[in-house]
Each structure stands twice: as structure tokens, then as C-alpha cells.
Write a protein that binds this ligand. Structure first.
Ligand code: AMP
Length: 135
């Protein structure tokens, strides 16, 4: 169970695959999830490569969680959400499907059901519009 740098998020970080980018600095990028569980669902992806939470460098983690908070507040405000669900899955049994550490930030509204995990894509235009709002 080691980290394989040949994964979709390293390609997005390198700019080899397009994404709707909400934020970028030296520590992480944040992109719209292409299969959002709710409108405004973003991922925060550290640039430092690790398979998931369990093998991440603690110092890199400390830096990235500050970005998770900052972006979480931006998502909540932009999407006019009542709350934010933060999720990180480590290994298949926990629901992980992409093996480069990332944090989900999912806007939540009272009495609104979220979609299932990776249950269908959303139109590019909608992702782009939500990306602009959050930026
Ligand atoms: P997890 O299943 O927790 O590892 O989360 C992986 C997430 O990455 C899922 O929610 C997918 O919808 C999302 N995803 C997969 N490929 C892409 C991509 N090219 N751009 C943005 N999000 C992606």
C-alpha cells in the first residue's frame, strides 16, 4: 500500500489534466469535484504526495488543514450553506477511490439530501459557475 505518483491528482496539479480550480498556493490546490455530492463540493489536494492520511507527512498535514479551514469558509459563504461536511477516506474499505491524499468539503443545507459518493457527473457549466462563486 505505497503511494503511486501516477494518479489523476498529480496530473491535475501538474496542469496535464484540466480542472475547475478554486484555489492554489505552494501547499495545495483546491478543485471542484466532478461528481459533486452537493453543489459546491470541492476537494483540497496537497501538493506533497501521499497515498492518504495515514502516510502523510505531519508537517504537510498541519499546513494543509489551515487551507481546508479557509476554503471551507469560502465554500460555506459562496453556497449559502448551513454547514460543511469535511471527509477524508483512507483506503478502499473507507470509500477511497483516488490514491492521492485529498479532503472533501461538501456544503450542507438543512433537510437537503446529498447525492451518493461518485454517483454521477455534473455539467461543466454548473461546475464553472460554482467555482467562480467560491473563488
Ligand atoms: P475519494 O473517493 O474519497 O478518493 O474521492 C475521490 C473524488 O475525486 C471523488 O469524489 C471523485 O468524484 C473525484 N474525482 C475523480 N476524478 C476527478 C477529476 N478529474 N476532477 C475532479 N474530481 C475528480
Amino acid at each position: 500500500m505505497s503511494y503511486d505518483p501516477d494518479n489523476i491528482f498529480t496530473k491535475i496539479i501538474a496542469g496535464d489534466i484540466p480542472s475547475h480550480k478554486v484555489y492554489e498556493d505552494d501547499v495545495c490546490i483546491s478543485i471542484m469535484d466532478i461528481m459533486p455530492e452537493a453543489p459546491g463540493h470541492v476537494l483540497v489536494v496537497p501538493k506533497a504526495g501521499s497515498r492518504n492520511l495515514l502516510d502523510a507527512d505531519p508537517e504537510a498535514l498541519a499546513a494543509v488543514i489551515q487551507r481546508v479551514q479557509k476554503i471551507g469558509n469560502a465554500v460555506k459563504k459562496a453556497m449559502n450553506a448551513d454547514g460543511i461536511l469535511l471527509r477524508q477516506s483512507s483506503e478502499e474499505s473507507a470509500g477511497q477511490t483516488v490514491y492521492h491524499l485529498h479532503f472533501h468539503l461538501i456544503p450542507c443545507h438543512e433537510n437537503v439530501k446529498r447525492k451518493e459518493h461518485v454517483s454521477g457527473t455534473t455539467a461543466n457549466e454548473e461546475l464553472a459557475a460554482n467555482c467562480e462563486k467560491i473563488k
